[in-house]
Design a protein around this ligand. Structure first.
Ligand SMILES: C[S@@+](CC[C@H](N)C(=O)[O-])C[C@H]1O[C@@H](n2cnc3c(N)ncnc32)[C@H](O)[C@@H]1O
Length: 206
């Protein structure tokens, strides 16, 4: 598979309004919401990894989760803090937004019940996936769940992130002490129409 090129994330967030970005979704990702409902998950700690605008972190905090949210881009974190201040209440003021590169993470002192990755894993270089898996594994409690949303290989467009088949995803995650619990075929809600075909992968730290 050939390497894809991605924007300089910090430049992107400096120069574009988050609301106009292809993946922007003000509401909680509906596939994550369905998965949380199905599993009756109502409380605990969440890391929103590659948080971007912070919209998902804000929605999770509004549901009562204790949320930390990280992104490689400082400009994204500034935008996320602004969105937090515009949606301030007792839940959202607890969210901690931090600049952190998952491939060189300084966030080493905490383990979470849940991690949500909506669109970060599928933009990482192929040869860095193992580092991601090791880092995410360190950040999850045993029995904790990682929810990863990626583009599906059924998406016809070749623009944008890497795309994955269900078998590929199983191979990648099951190599590194994770158990793939479910893979749901879904779409990536945002500003792209038609909505790109996606997978929501739920993985347990084994
Ligand atoms: C497709 S966007 C999704 C943003 C957000 N999760 C959402 O759903 O709106 C991918 C995000 O991953 C972040 N990102 C890319 N590489 C990263 C890395 N190595 N560590 C942390 N974040 C990263 C980007 O800055 C960007 O905000």
């Amino acid at each position: 598979m050939s390497e894809k090129e991605f924007p300089d994330w910090d430049n992107l967030y400096k120069n574009q309004k988050v609301e106009t970005m292809p993946w922007y979704n003000k509401d909680l990702d509906e596939d994550l919401k369905r998965e949380l409902d199905r599993r009756r998950i109502r409380q605990g700690t969440f890391l929103d990894l590659g948080t971007g605008s912070g919209s998902q972190a804000i929605q999770l905090a509004n549901m009562g989760f204790r949320v930390k949210a990280s992104d490689i881009s400082e400009a994204a974190i500034i935008a996320a803090r602004k969105m937090q201040s515009e949606n301030i209440n007792d839940n959202t003021k607890q969210i901690e937004f931090i600049v952190d590169d998952i491939l060189n993470s300084k966030l080493n002192d905490e383990e979470f019940d849940y991690i949500f990755d909506r669109g970060c894993f599928h933009v990482l270089p192929i040869d860095k996936r193992l580092i991601y898996l090791i880092e995410v594994n360190k950040k999850l409690k045993y029995g904790g769940l990682l929810f990863v949303k990626v583009f599906s290989d059924k998406e016809p467009s070749n623009d944008g992130p890497y795309k994955f088949s269900e078998n590929e995803i199983r191979d990648i995650f099951e190599r590194e002490s994770f158990l793939v619990e479910s893979i749901d075929k879904c779409v990536f809600q945002g500003n792209l129409l038609p909505l790109p075909k996606a997978l929501l992968v739920t993985v347990m730290k084994d």
